[in-house]
Design a protein around this ligand. Structure first.
Ligand SMILES: Cc1cc2nc3c(=O)[nH]c(=O)nc-3n(C[C@H](O)[C@H](O)[C@H](O)COP(=O)(O)OP(=O)(O)OC[C@H]3O[C@@H](n4cnc5c(N)ncnc54)[C@H](O)[C@@H]3O)c2cc1C
Length: 374
């Protein structure tokens, strides 16, 4: 069967699916094909993520994007959004920085508050707090179930008429792509939404998309006893952070700043024992009896300034990119889909001014920094 599309999206992860869903929800009448090479999503970041959602960023665009996504997530019960909050713990060494973040975030209308030590202890009474002075808390933040969120966006997109094609795009030309099984697929517009693979997919069109894959590891552990409440996302100043998971489990993360770029998956048990466990046990001594259930690695899709790209590709008419969210794409997926829908339908952003997330900023060497990346 020869397919053709008015909009062809390469990558059916949460970003590609949200773009398809938003286009159709916004009344786009053309045919939308989403080409996804792996229906199991085994190596898709959307399925391997932690699920954190926070409006605590240091730039208007990132805050607004998450605020927009938050409203959408509240309307999608399938995503299992737990608004338990995001708690950055403050010690003497980082409290000035967190105070500065609080002031900037508030000036940009992010919902957050500085907590004293008593309030921190009310949220998580079991914390070791003799070295803490308080915390920065986002009460509306929380976490979603990543795979359920991916499924929710894909299902809604399909219900509205998007067609998912199980195939791998091998080449991109003006107004068409070539895929392994389907051969040539004519397409009026083509969107690269291939997550950490977007740099590689860009090469199929001879475009340099500066997105590099960098592994991030997560570990799911059983709590030593039934816990009477769900944790917020708790971020220790040293970087280890955790959130609750169903059935009295937690998911733990800690970014390794020395992880080299590359398509690597799997987890490193040595890291769990030597890098994750000591700081998390220091922070919550009962965690010494955590039982490791499962560990895995997935790919962050890193740009040079750790912010996403939502744009047309200049010079190649009809080619767009939505990628490079550098470990924050799940929480920004609803807004990204909306913004790409606007760009395709109306040629401009309407809901949020996302022009700082341009593709050309890298070539101009005008990188866009947000100090709130973890
Ligand atoms: C361990 C980990 C923890 C994370 N934690 C969080 C978090 O707490 N909060 C948050 O917001 N974000 C988090 N992220 C980031 C988030 O998961 C990503 O930003 C987001 O999922 C990106 O979605 P995507 O659809 O762009 O990419 P993906 O989900 O990777 O989807 C891209 C798809 O493109 C397909 N594809 C690639 N090449 C081709 C081709 N040539 N032809 C056809 N299909 C192709 C792939 O098969 C894949 O399914 C985390 C990521 C990881 C790995």
């Amino acid at each position: 069967m020869t397919a053709s599309a008015d909009v062809l999206i390469i990558g059916g992860g949460v970003i590609g699916s949200s773009i398809a869903f938003n286009l159709l929800q916004d009344g786009f009448k053309g045919r939308i094909l989403v080409v996804e090479r792996d229906a199991s999503y085994q190596f898709a970041s959307s399925a391997l993520a932690m699920g954190g959602v926070r409006q605590q960023f240091m730039s208007a665009v990132n805050i607004r994007m998450v605020q927009y996504s938050l409203k959408v997530l509240q309307q999608f019960p399938q995503c299992q959004f737990r608004q338990r909050g995001y708690l950055f713990l403050a010690t003497e060494s980082n409290c000035e920085k967190l105070q500065h973040r609080y002031e900037t975030q508030r000036s940009l209308a992010a919902e957050c508050e500085m907590l004293g030590i008593a309030e921190v202890r009310r949220l998580v009474p079991e914390l070791r707090s003799d070295d803490l002075v308080g915390g920065l808390f986002g009460p509306k933040d929380g976490y979603i179930e990543p795979r359920a969120t991916l499924r929710a966006f894909r299902t809604r997109a399909e219900e509205l008429g998007a067609v998912y094609v199980s195939d791998e795009v091998r080449k991109i030309e003006k107004e068409c792509v070539y895929a392994n099984q389907s051969g040539r697929i004519p397409a009026g517009r083509i969107v690269i939404a291939a997550g950490a693979y977007s740099g590689a997919v860009g090469k199929l069109a001879a475009v340099d998309i500066p997105v590099a894959p960098v592994r991030q590891q997560l570990f799911r552990c059983a709590l030593p006893r039934p816990w009477p409440y769900e944790f917020p996302v708790v971020i220790d100043p040293g970087g280890v952070h955790w959130r609750s998971s169903p059935n009295d489990e937690i998911v733990i993360a800690k970014t390794d700043p020395d992880e080299p770029p590359g398509f690597r998956f799997g987890c490193d048990l040595d890291r769990f024992h030597h890098d994750f466990m000591p700081p998390i046990v220091h922070r919550l001594p009962e965690f010494r009896d955590l039982k490791l259930v499962f560990g895995w690695g997935g790919l962050y899709e890193m740009t040079p300034d750790h912010n996403g790209i939502i744009d047309r590709i200049p010079d190649i008419e009809g080619l767009y990119v939505a990628a490079g969210f550098s470990g924050h794409g799940l929480m920004m997926s609803a807004a990204t889909g909306k913004l790409m829908s606007e760009l395709i339908r109306t040629n401009k952003f309407e809901t949020i001014d996302a022009s700082v997330l341009s593709f050309s900023r890298f070539a101009r060497n005008e990188l866009f920094w947000d100090e709130a990346m973890i």
